[in-house]
Design a protein around this ligand. Sequence first.
Ligand code: KG4
Ligand code: ZN
Length: 326
Amino acid sequence: MILAIESSCDDSSIAVMEIKRKKLLFHKKISQELEHAKYGGVVPELASRLHAEALPKILQETKEFFPKLKAVAVTNAPGLSVTLQEGVMMAKALSIALNIPVIAVNHLIGHIYSLFIEKEEIKPMMVLLISGGHTKIVNFNGIENICEIASTLDDSFGESFDKCAKMLGLNYPGGPEIENLALKGNNTVALPLPLKNSPDIKFSYSGLKNAIRLAIEEQKYKKEDIAASFQQKAIEHLVFMSKRAIKKYRPRNFAIVGGASANKKVREEFEKLSKQFNFKLFYPEMKYTSDNAAMIARAGVELYKKGKFTDYKHLDVMPRVEFGKC
Ligand code: KG4
Ligand code: ZN
């Protein structure tokens, strides 16, 4: 078995997975959303202190597995350095106490493996990752064979929902808030489609955010119409750029992962695309869309099989890491 720890942002989570059958034996997550809601976003120092309380509490519940652990997997990149540090310190302590190696897991690769919890991996696959920290399209062909097709120049997809929600006086996290409010509104606010005239495959959400700020300042529109218009345009941009990547690489399998893959409109639009371009569409189970340790355990199992261990003495957090370009 391996034990996995996730603390890259505002979720403290631990999972235990059987290596051979990839069976999830234990999984628990304590989310800090409510604690950060009053600030309208994640406060790193607060998040770090909350991880320091929550992680040991969850770990207590996994003691029965300790004698059977072959390794400890931990998210060490990318994320908030002060919160990553909490998980990494716990992994180092376990590595020393139980005399087992550490497996360093990239959080973004974890999101890709959220597709394969208790399942075999499917490859090759084009993956659209939409979360609070990232907006990327990558080509996945195994854990050591991932390249980046596109990324965002500024804000991420989820972050733009969070920021618009804040401007509209809604709660954090903004994604579900905007999605719910949009159900009651109409797409009546004219907004620019980002990077429409650029030939490249890349994302940008800061212009859209600015347009929303201006629309709010005009005091002409209903909040629900602003939410509906914003969501519509944000997704149109996702689809516009994904279409370019799909036309270029013609994938047979396409997946959407990350916290924002829970958005129903996103799923609807990509279902249309899957029919148009004849690819198979995949998402993680709803409970694994947002940050969790089960996906880190699943990626950890893959790295375990390849013998990708790190000595705890050389394990460090890396707040920023990039994939090579395709
Ligand atoms: O993957 P995740 O839990 O954490 C990161 O790795 O960032 O993603 C959280 C992000 C937040 O920005 C949140 O607002 C967004 O995902 N999100 C959504 C929805 N649910 C969560 N965005 C749009 N629509 C949703 N339904
Ligand atoms: Zn994430």
